[in-house]
Design a protein around this ligand. Structure first.
Ligand SMILES: Cc1cc2nc3c(=O)[nH]c(=O)nc-3n(C[C@H](O)[C@H](O)[C@H](O)COP(=O)(O)OP(=O)(O)OC[C@H]3O[C@@H](n4cnc5c(N)ncnc54)[C@H](O)[C@@H]3O)c2cc1C
Length: 345
């Protein structure tokens, strides 16, 4: 049995029967056709118990420029490349499109799965295609951006293709415009304030990523020092009717548009009468006193109630129990179902 705690950022103990490192495409042949869990850097996974199968740690390397024109560049990146290093490489070259996604932990191969996003950018805005290998069919496939069915923290990889695919590489199309436009991050006041402190307009791509790094370093726990998986839940979508109801309880609750979302059910009566908005789950948790709360070896970060942190000795079951208590509290007080952003195994 292999201990998985060094392989996830929550660092909770869990064992697997076998761990196989995938360093080359040829290594994929070593994998059984079923009962395999693919792992990048483990920044979005909670093992609540031992995994009775094979864990495949994806290390596939490579950053290759496939095409370059006057205004764009197309790059294929191996699934095992570190996401932040790739963002830094693109920013150094003044290629824009993912600079707001600096310092998000994890590998390139995991980025399309939950369509990572931050500060108004999400990775689907730059993904050209995703290459994956289907273990049961023993075949490689290329999925275009539209076939990935990207939505807020969601894609086909979480549904139709769940557990059937190993992402081997991702192809991005980035813009070569040397200066970042203000419009896409103008909604994010903290980013505007930070960038104004460190650079002069017109802002370069690197200025934006530097500002993001500064903010994230102050606002998020350092996962090298403390166990965490970042935001534990997605920001919920609620109807405008529900929003009005919520505003009676939290008058200054922020809300945002939900671009590209589907209604939870086609039978939902809200579909006929109103639109949805996205609200910050962290704010709901703040209202109920979850920020900085600790129970045993699990707690929330003292600056962000949505971010669960672990202390030495924490178990996966303990983290799950804590998270379920958060969900139950939100349900009880606001009748809102929080959905896990972290993959629970
Ligand atoms: C401190 C912190 C801050 C964070 N901030 C953000 C943020 O701002 N925005 C955001 O969107 N996310 C954020 N996250 C979440 C996390 O960084 C992302 O989800 C990231 O993409 C996870 O990458 P990973 O390589 O660690 O994936 P893992 O956690 O290893 O895996 C996640 C899922 O993807 C699957 N998977 C991974 N690689 C492959 C592959 N090659 N083929 C098939 N399946 C695969 C796994 O089976 C699992 O289901 C944060 C996490 C932390 C710890």
């Amino acid at each position: 049995m292999v201990d998985l705690s060094p392989y996830t950022t929550l660092r909770v103990p869990a064992k697997t029967e076998k761990l196989i490192e995938i360093n080359t495409l040829a290594d994929i042949k070593k994998l059984p056709s079923e009962n395999v869990f693919f792992l990048g850097e483990g920044a979005n996974v909670l093992f609540t118990k031992d995994f009775p199968g094979t864990v495949a740690k994806i290390n596939l390397p490579g950053i290759n420029v496939l095409k370059e024109s006057a205004d764009s560049v197309v790059i294929e990146v191996g699934a095992g490349e570190n996401w932040h290093k790739f963002v830094m490489y693109t920013a150094e070259n003044s290629w824009s499109g993912i600079e707001n996604l600096a310092l998000i932990p994890g590998c390139v191969g995991a980025a399309p799965i939950q369509n990572i996003g931050a500060y108004g950018q999400s990775v689907d805005q730059t993904i050209d295609s995703v290459n994956y290998f289907n273990l049961s069919a023993q075949k490689s496939y290329i999925l275009s951006n539209s076939d990935c069915q990207f939505k807020y923290r969601n894609s086909t990889f979480k549904h139709e293709l769940k557990n059937q695919f190993l992402i081997t590489s991702v192809t991005f199309r980035l813009s070569k415009s040397s200066h970042s436009k203000l419009d896409y991050y103008s909604r994010y006041e903290s980013l505007q304030t930070e960038i104004a402190k460190i650079a002069e307009p017109p802002y370069a791509v690197q200025d934006v990523s530097r500002a993001v790094i500064n903010i994230r370093t102050q606002k998020m726990p350092d996962w090298h020092k403390q166990g965490t998986a970042g935001s534990f839940f997605k920001n919920p979508f609620i109807t405008k009717t529900k929003l009005a109801d919520l505003q009676n309880k939290i008058p200054d609750i922020q809300y945002y548009p939900t671009t590209g979302m589907d209604y939870p059910k086609l039978t939902d009566p809200a579909l006929a009468t109103s639109d949805y908005v996205k609200i910050p789950a962290g704010r709901l948790l703040d209202e109920l006193g979850w920020k900085g709360k600790r129970v045993g070896n699990v707690g929330t970060f003292d600056q962000h109630a949505l971010v669960i942190v672990t202390y030495p000795g924490a178990t996966g079951a303990e983290v799950y129990e804590f998270a379920e208590a958060m969900r139950a509290d939100i349900k009880k007080h606001f009748s809102i179902d929080l959905e896990y952003e972290v993959v629970i195994v």
